[in-house]
Write a protein that binds this ligand. Structure first.
Ligand code: NAD
Length: 276
């Protein structure tokens, strides 16, 4: 049975067919929000539809590649024209790419930045323009990563993309200060989702891939933990939402320890978890 905390609100989510995006859609639907779910894959959206519709809230979905700026703008403009402009937008879609710097091809760099950075920029742009034009007190939720605080070796393109999302959020928070629009930057830690199951996105040995996948399966939080923290963060208007294993102590240690000592800790963690 849906709660009432978000009735009269509509949540737009990218990458909603799997993992964190899927659970975010369910969490808001349980609180009474209508859902607009998007992804590049149809299967996850179909299964999400079945679960959300049982909760008695509005649901629609669309295929959307977030790196396609024109398609993003068109979809949001269509929703607006139908009087169904969402007032919470969760820019969640993202991909991982793990390999040594010199083993990461220019193509992999472009794809990672196109989806993880520009996808978030296009979503932020499409919604902010219309919210400002219509006087809507919207809420942007952009998914960065703990990797923008505690990066690991062998994730140059991914870490660069998440530092960029964090920078984008900080700038938007300053530009929008004093307006009714809120921006939350989310930093998930180790979350057990399909993101580490794409072996083709890891330039590692089989042994290393298996070690990393085991680490995520054994130590990773369920993505519903992230969804719960996002929901609470949106309710309380939090600027930064840290969520999941690895997001408590390390950011504090990064502030307190000399940079060399902190890096040694990261390298030790990287050897234990499969990044090295
Ligand atoms: P996931 O692989 O389970 O889900 C990602 C979804 O994004 C998939 O449904 C996929 O089809 C979709 N997607 C991929 N490319 C897309 C594109 N071009 N346009 C639209 N959709 C696209 O992964 P997840 O772990 O749920 O990741 C969600 C977000 O959380 C990502 O931004 C990821 O970087 C971030 N994150 C994840 C973790 C983790 O440990 N899982 C940690 C920190 C941050």
């Amino acid at each position: 049975m849906a709660g009432k905390g978000f009735s009269n609100r509509t949540v737009f989510i990218t990458g909603a067919g799997s993992g964190i995006g899927y659970e975010v859609a369910l969490a808001f639907a349980r609180e009474g929000a209508d859902i607009v779910a998007t992804d590049v894959e149809q299967a996850g959206l179909d299964s999400l539809r079945q679960e959300v519709e049982k909760l008695g809230v509005g649901y629609r979905h669309a295929l959307l590649d977030v790196s396609d700026q024109e398609a993003f703008e068109t979809l949001v403009a269509e929703l607006d024209a139908q009087g169904k402009l969402p007032d919470i937008a969760v820019n969640n879609a993202g991909i991982g790419y793990l390999a040594a710097f010199l083993d990461t091809t220019p193509e992999q760099w472009r794809r990672t930045l196109d989806i993880n950075v520009l996808g978030v920029a296009w979503g932020s742009r499409a919604f902010l323009r219309l919210w400002q034009a219509r006087g809507i007190a919207g809420h942007l939720v952009n998914i960065a990563s703990a990797a923008s605080v505690t990066p690991m070796p062998n994730m140059a393109a991914y870490a660069a993309s998440k530092y960029a999302v964090e920078g984008l959020c900080e700038v938007l928070q300053m530009e929008l200060a004093g307006t009714p629009i809120r921006v939350s930057c989310v930093h998930p830690g180790v979350i057990n989702t399909a993101i580490v199951k794409h072996d083709d996105r890891m330039g590692f040995s089989r042994e290393q891939i298996e070690r990393m996948q085991r680490h995520y399966a054994d130590q990773g939080a369920h993505p519903s933990v992230v969804a719960r923290d996002i929901l609470e963060g949106v309710k309380s208007g939090k600027s930064n939402i840290f969520t999941g294993p690895g997001t408590g102590l390390p950011p504090l240690l990064k502030r307190l320890l000399p940079r060399g000592a902190f890096r040694r800790l990261l390298l030790r963690a990287a050897r234990e978890t499969g990044y090295l």
